[in-house]
Design a protein. Structure first.
Length: 273
């Protein structure tokens, strides 16, 4: 009897030392399934972060503050020195330099771009602008009324490309309101290069009463120019797909730098898709 008890005791001890198949075997499987679920949720979150909108179009405008020293010197030399001695009370005409100082020189452009990676993108764009500064004054040389019209016209066409870089990542829409918009805004820098075709026209007409036009002088110059422009600014999210960009920079021209070099301020809206 004692031997049987000893035998069963050995069997029980042996069984207790064996691993429990269900309990111990299920624990690593459950841990593995949990790990897979966590990895799956993480992958889904990462996929949600990338909305797949890596292309964009944009439209904007730039305000220019150019040097315009060549054209101003020409106006002084050919208009002021010619008409001041033969008119009474000569007034220097308003020029594009005056418009530039008054923030009145703008253009319009638009383009397309793609993301390179999470912090940079490239773009190409085209646009242009045109405007005329009108001047009209009545003078009385020798008591004879002369109506003098002096007009300056500028037309420009441009082609450009840019590389944009976001040192702190792209802007993110965090919520509604100005505070959330500012929190989601990001610093951006740009390097632009391009080509522009510029046409500059000066038109002077003198007219007498009853007779009409008695004098007309027209001067036209055309320029084919290449330029580069570093810029820095901020991009602010408006929606999940749209943003407002405000940048400032400087234009550097390979030729006629005294005329066309200068500061610019640009505003544009970007739409991602």
């Amino acid at each position: 009897m004692r031997g049987m008890i000893s035998y069963f005791g050995v069997v029980l001890i042996g069984l207790s030392a064996m691993p429990m198949g269900n309990a111990a075997g299920e624990e690593p499987d459950e841990a593995k399934r949990h790990e897979l679920r966590v990895m799956g949720e993480s992958s889904k979150q990462d996929a949600d972060k990338d909305d797949g909108k890596h292309s964009f179009w944009f439209i904007g405008t730039s305000n220019y503050h150019l040097r315009l020293q060549e054209s101003e010197s020409k106006i002084t030399r050919e208009l002021d020195r010619t008409f001041r001695p033969i008119t009474l009370g000569w007034e220097r005409p308003t020029t594009f330099k005056d418009w530039s100082d008054d923030w009145r020189i703008w253009d319009l452009w638009g383009g397309y771009g793609r993301d390179i990676n999470e912090k940079s993108s490239w773009a190409v764009y085209a646009g242009g602008g045109a405007g005329t500064v009108h001047n009209s004054n009545l003078y009385f040389p020798l008591g004879i009324p002369i109506d003098l019209d002096v007009d300056f016209t500028r037309r420009s066409l441009l082609l450009g490309s840019s590389i944009s870089y976001y040192p702190y990542g792209r802007p993110k829409k965090l919520g509604r309101g100005l505070k959330k918009t500012l929190e989601g805004s990001r610093l951006m820098t740009e390097m632009n290069v391009g080509y522009t075709h510029q046409t500059i026209i000066g038109d002077v007409k003198a007219s007498l009463p009853l007779i009409g036009e008695v004098l007309r002088i027209k001067d036209e110059s055309k320029y084919h120019l290449f330029w580069a422009s570093p810029r820095i600014g901020v991009e602010m999210p408006l929606t999940d797909s749209d943003s407002l960009n405000i940048l400032g920079g400087y234009l550097l021209f390979a030729e006629h730098a005294r005329e066309f070099d200068g500061f610019l301020l640009e505003f544009f809206v970007r739409h991602r898709f």
